[in-house]
Design a binder for this molecule. Structure first.
Ligand code: CA
Length: 240
């Protein structure tokens, strides 16, 4: 099996080099470009498995590169590298075919998780749960312990069972901690096309998760609503 190839399109030299070094150290093969035109040409010529795409780029901006890639039916997973405070429309990004995004400054560990999750999705496997849990398949934060093998969530003294779908949704939120996830993305990534879900299905599952996860389900801190978009999960909790 040939090595997984990652194309980094980023005009900031120090960041591009740091990304390439870190990913190379993980055994990936790297391609790099410092502007949108060169990046697009390289992507189309080489067909990488993953593209890390900055948005503000000389010659051709990231969205234009993304559109062109998808028009050419390039199958690469595209992860957008977005600067903090940079106003961009996440929904539009996903409509254009971005698979994920990270906000700068991000840690290499976070980026690696995203890359591995994108690769796992591309192969039709479940997200990289292994990176999130200890060897016994448990995740803890605050008073909450989730046991993925036992399908249970313990919150203080209360122990709750989790349905398979609740567990999958929770796993997805954990994997994308801190990101605002819109309903359409949750539908496509957590529910399969043959399950006939609606956005209402998601809302119902979120309500059920909140009852088990939150101290006060009416005033959620871990699994918050982002009005008009979807939901965001954090282990530390918001609105404290
Ligand atoms: Ca840039």
């Amino acid at each position: 099996m040939s090595a997984t190839r990652i194309l980094v399109i980023e005009d900031e030299d120090s960041l591009r080099m740091a990304l390439c070094d870190a990913l190379r150290a993980q055994g990936f093969e790297l391609l790099e470009a410092a502007d949108g035109e060169a990046g697009l040409a390289l992507a189309l010529a080489e067909g990488p498995d993953v593209v890390l795409l900055d948005l503000m780029l000389p010659k051709r901006d990231g969205f234009s590169v993304l559109r062109a890639l998808r028009e050419d039916r390039l199958a690469a997973a595209v992860i957008i590298l977005s600067a903090r405070g940079e106003e961009w429309d996440r929904v539009q990004g996903f409509e254009y075919g971005a698979d994920d995004y990270v906000v700068k400054p991000f840690s290499m560990r976070e980026l690696l998780l995203r890359v591995r999750a994108a690769l796992a999705r591309a192969e039709g496997n479940a997200p990289g749960l292994g990176a999130l849990t200890d060897p016994r398949g448990k995740t803890r934060f605050g008073a909450v312990e989730i046991d993925f093998a036992a399908y249970t969530l313990t919150n203080g003294a209360a122990r709750h069972g989790l349905s398979r779908k609740e567990l999958e949704l929770l796993r997805y939120f954990l994997l994308h901690e801190g990101q605002t996830l819109d309903r359409l993305r949750l539908l496509s990534d957590v529910w399969g096309p043959d399950e006939n879900p609606t956005t209402r299905t998601i809302d119902n599952h979120v309500l059920k998760l909140r009852k088990k996860l939150e101290r006060d389900p009416e005033a959620p801190r871990h699994l918050v609503t982002v009005h008009g978009v979807g939901y965001r999960f954090t282990k530390s909790g918001e609105n404290a």
